[in-house]
Write a protein that binds this ligand. Structure first.
Ligand SMILES: [Fe+2]
Ligand SMILES: [Fe+2]
Length: 302
């Protein structure tokens, strides 16, 4: 290989100094909690019981449940490349070790959410590794755009991401309430417990770093949040607001079935309401820091 090419592609910075001083005890505390509350999908869920709990459901319902939990699995998986980029950035920027530790936990936790989700899909009608519609195949890979992420500071970008987790958490709570088979309920509960910690991380970041942001960055963070929301949740993954008409009909029917039978799903129309009210809460949360969240006419009206 051409030596000059190697010089261009190798980007490892000098890793030193590798900082080992605790700077943020509240973030370290999150790590301690994460360690104490760790679970793994294999042992935490009784998979044989889940099969038993669902064995009498009609095939169409099982199929709908599998589709729904496959979608959940893809979304959880989507958080891991995002996390990997943040880890890389934390190393490059010589951030304190508790930040790297938190990001590592975050990746690990999203992966176990992924595992729990695909295994539920598998236990119902079979996990689907690929979205059925071309539309999903096209939009899902666009949810994480590193170009957007790197325009923000590390802490600003992570805070935006956790605002987003707050919204997903609200949707997840509704799904937890919907879930009737005890093992699906259990999975939702464990996932929610992790998400609560991810959201707490965002609150700590806002408290610690948002006071010092420039007006321009505050405006940008609000815009990035809205863009992310438009580009993912509203693009059909959860709320199906922007789905093409035919797919919207089919997906809505499948989700209605999954929700009616209490498989830990929510109906698209119900989701819009949850997103609107979560958005209101988030606006209030960030208002003290002067971060403006632009209106989203698709769901909030003009
Ligand atoms: Fe998750
Ligand atoms: Fe999360």
């Amino acid at each position: 290989m051409d030596a000059s090419m190697l010089e261009e592609t190798v980007q490892n910075p000098n890793p030193y100094p590798i900082v080992a001083e605790l700077e943020y005890p509240d973030i370290w505390h999150l790590f301690v909690q994460a360690r104490d509350l760790a679970w793994d999908a294999d042992r935490a869920i009784d998979w044989a019981s889940l099969k038993e709990e669902c064995k009498d459901l009609p095939p169409e319902v099982l199929e709908s449940g599998a589709e729904w939990w496959s979608l959940r699995a893809w979304m959880e998986h989507g958080a891991t490349p995002y996390g990997a980029e943040r880890y890389r950035q934390a190393v490059f920027e010589h951030l304190p070790f508790e930040i790297k530790q938190h990001v590592t936990n975050f990746i690990f936790e999203e992966l176990r959410h992924h595992e729990a989700s695909w295994r539920i899909a598998d236990a119902l009608g079979g996990y689907q590794p690929l979205p059925r519609s071309d539309y999903f195949k096209m939009v899902i890979p666009k949810f994480h755009d590193e170009k957007d992420e790197t325009q923000m500071s590390f802490y600003g970008g992570m805070a935006v991401n956790t605002l987003f987790e707050q919204l997903s958490g609200e949707l997840l709570t509704a799904r937890y309430k919907n879930a009737r088979p005890p093992q699906i309920r259990k999975a939702c509960e464990l996932i929610l417990r992790d998400e609560a910690r991810h959201i707490q991380f965002g609150r700590i970041l806002m408290k610690r770093f948002f006071e010092d942001l420039s007006e321009a960055e505050k405006v940008m963070l609000g815009e990035k949040f809205t863009k992310k929301l438009r580009g993912s949740l509203l693009n059909g993954v959860y709320a199906v607001v922007n789905l093409p008409k035919e797919e919207r009909k089919r997906a809505a029917r499948a989700r209605t079935l999954a929700a009616e039978y209490g498989l830990g799903a929510t109906h698209p129309d119900e989701e819009v309401g949850i997103i609107v009210s979560a958005l209101r809460d988030i606006r209030e949360d960030v208002a003290p820091y002067g971060v403006p969240i632009p209106a989203i006419p698709e769901i909030e009206g003009a």
